[in-house]
Design a protein around this ligand. Sequence first.
Ligand code: 6PG
Length: 247
Amino acid sequence: MSGQVRPNIEVFSEPSALAQAAADLFVKTACKALDTRGRFTVAVSGGRTPRLLFDCLVRLDEARSLPWSLCHIFWVDERYVPVTDPASNFKMANESLLKPLGVAQANIHRISTEVDVEDTVAQYEAAIQSVFALKPGEVPQFDLIQLGMGADGHTASLFPDSYEVDAERFVAWTVPPVAPHRRITLTPSVLQAASQLMVLLTGKDKAAMLQMVFSGVEDPMKYPIQLVWPVLERVVWLMDEEAASEL
Ligand code: 6PG
């Protein structure tokens, strides 16, 4: 990371402490957006780690008391599977966060995988355009984007050597090497436009890749998580000791 901003890394010995820190950042970012713009837009990822955050949020009074009718929940990515499929990122978030908090349907902008994948992309882009009231050429600026990282360095559904950068698009579909083999994802330009990003990382399986990502060459095609390098000052990395063990 030659000459880069130093990454803002926080390491936690206990998953519960990591979850609390993530939930606190979520609430802090939400309150700031609500105070300054009267609403909060957030995009969450799938996988295991967001569950820690969601479980903490539903127990946190400060989160429960947020004006959820002024909050808009989107997904960073989704697997191209039915909403009833255990692999569905929407299913996990809906069951662990949105239903328990009573978030209204109007505030939930899921990636609708019932239609052809191209139409799924178009419909999600249209939803983003609408909620953000974008003018031509504008990129949606989420108040918060929560990312994870796979052991292969992927983030969102942007996998090594298997995505394209198209600054004109907000949403794309990809064909990752791991099942489900079709996924819908926010594009790099949308990730990089966020006001605040948090990357949640747990587990020993991330350690070697994290060491390479932070100390190796800068190559976002090979290490997609490095797409946040241009905006590192807006990224908080929350990780457990296992994930951080080779830094
Ligand atoms: C997904 C996620 C994906 C995730 C990483 C890390 O749909 O699977 O968006 O990018 O963030 O795979 O997942 P963990 O949280 O399980 O480590």
